[in-house]
Design a protein around this ligand. Structure first.
Ligand code: SF4
Length: 382
């Protein structure tokens, strides 16, 4: 079992909050797919297992012409053992979706769409510099469903400073009305060196509103039964049987190959990431080496990743599995600290599995980091 991630770095314009490697330029756009196909061929030996998911992320991969998407997926199916029922997702922005594009897309291997809606409110979309409006957001989902994409996810952002209780409720009503299969809901964050960060520091935009974010998160939790969705990861919700396989595999530690500038790969023992630079990336077409960095994971790194990803998910951390992979005293320490969190109402235990409680989910990253092990001291970081 393994996945393939493809990073398509082009966007029409840069959203204020975005810290992904993406560029609002056409530079090297015509050569990008060829460079990607070359990287695929160069790195095919890195994945031996069969491919259960492919994810086109970015950037805005819906800016790719359908013919190029087809070329890439066909190439993958020649080079790798692609499972017949593999989940193949394309991230899309609403303004790229129309009946003609979607109709052609339906005749490719793409069988899942993840649409970057972010909000169904024009003022909020404008404030974060999204290229589409609320109307386009709504229509894109409708058109995708009409074209036959039932396995459809949308992204929403909560905690946008000019959002209100009503506007967030309207977002959730849209999720309900459109009966989307999957929802990813993230809180707005002020990442350093983004336009949002600069504009907040200049006093031109308000910083993220944490209180509002918590309130909107709580509203979402309270609406899950109406939406007929379950929260299977801190930021991810789905209808029955519609979880995202690709991301679930990340959280379960399944290997994946990441292609394209800035893309990360994981083979179970190391992580590597391509340089986030277009010029260097396109250079592989001239025979230049692909530039990347690599980190061999120490037992402490693996432990910390297990804490970070496991506690974010519905399936939590199973101490029986921990005991198979890590020293006995680490597992004992884990259980001791987990029981402290249970007493505080932040975690729950079912047999050998520890999960965050609904209250604990509000502090997921902080709780996970309390379980981290420090390489030097060989003990808890705190
Ligand atoms: S569309 Fe996505 S990748 Fe592009 S700038 Fe906006 S958030 Fe970033």
């Amino acid at each position: 079992m393994a996945g393939i991630y493809i990073h398509y770095p082009y966007c029409k314009q840069k959203c204020h909050y975005c810290n992904f490697f993406s560029v609002a330029t056409k530079k090297f756009k015509g050569q990008f797919t060829e460079a990607l196909l070359k990287e695929l061929a160069l790195r095919k030996h890195e994945l031996q297992s069969s491919i259960t998911s492919i994810y086109f992320g970015g950037g805005t991969p819906s800016m790719l012409p359908v013919e190029e998407i087809r070329k890439i997926t066909e190439h993958i199916s020649i080079l790798f053992q692609l499972q017949e029922n593999a989940e193949i997702t394309l991230e899309a922005n609403p303004d790229d979706l129309n009946y003609s594009y979607l109709g052609q897309l339906k005749n490719t291997m793409i069988n899942r769409l993840s649409i970057g809606i972010q909000s169904f409110n024009d003022n909020e979309l404008k404030s974060i510099n999204r290229v589409h409006d609320a109307n386009a957001a709504y229509n894109s989902v409708k058109m995708a469903q009409d074209a036959g994409f039932d396995n459809l996810s949308i992204d929403l952002i909560y905690g946008i400073p000019n959002s209100t209780y009503q506007s967030w409720l309207h977002n959730l009503e849209m999720v309900h009305e459109l009966r989307v299969a999957h929802l990813s809901a993230y809180t707005l964050t002020q990442e350093s060196r983004t336009a949002y960060d600069i504009l907040v520091k200049k006093g031109k935009l308000l910083p993220p509103d944490d209180e509002k974010a918590l309130e909107q998160y709580a509203v979402l939790q309270n609406h899950l039964s109406i939406l007929e969705m379950e929260q299977y990861e801190i930021s991810n919700y789905s209808r029955r049987g519609m979880r995202a396989n690709h991301n679930t595999n990340y959280w379960k530690g399944i290997p994946y190959l990441g292609l394209g500038p800035s893309a990360h790969s994981f083979d179970g023992n190391s992580r590597r990431w391509n340089k986030a630079a277009l010029t260097d990336y396109i250079g592989i077409l001239d025979g230049l080496p692909l530039e990347y960095e690599k980190e061999i994971l120490t037992p402490e790194n693996k432990w910390n990743e297990r804490m970070m990803t496991g506690l974010r998910t519905q399936w939590g951390i199973d101490v029986e599995n921990l005991a198979r992979d890590f020293p006995e005293n680490w597992v004992r320490d884990f259980e001791q600290l987990a029981h402290d969190f249970i007493e505080k109402g932040l975690m729950v235990q079912t047999q050998s599995v520890f999960c965050l409680s609904p209250k604990g989910k509000l502090f997921a990253d902080g709780i996970a980091s309390d379980f981290f092990r420090d390489e030097q001291k060989g003990d808890y970081k705190y």
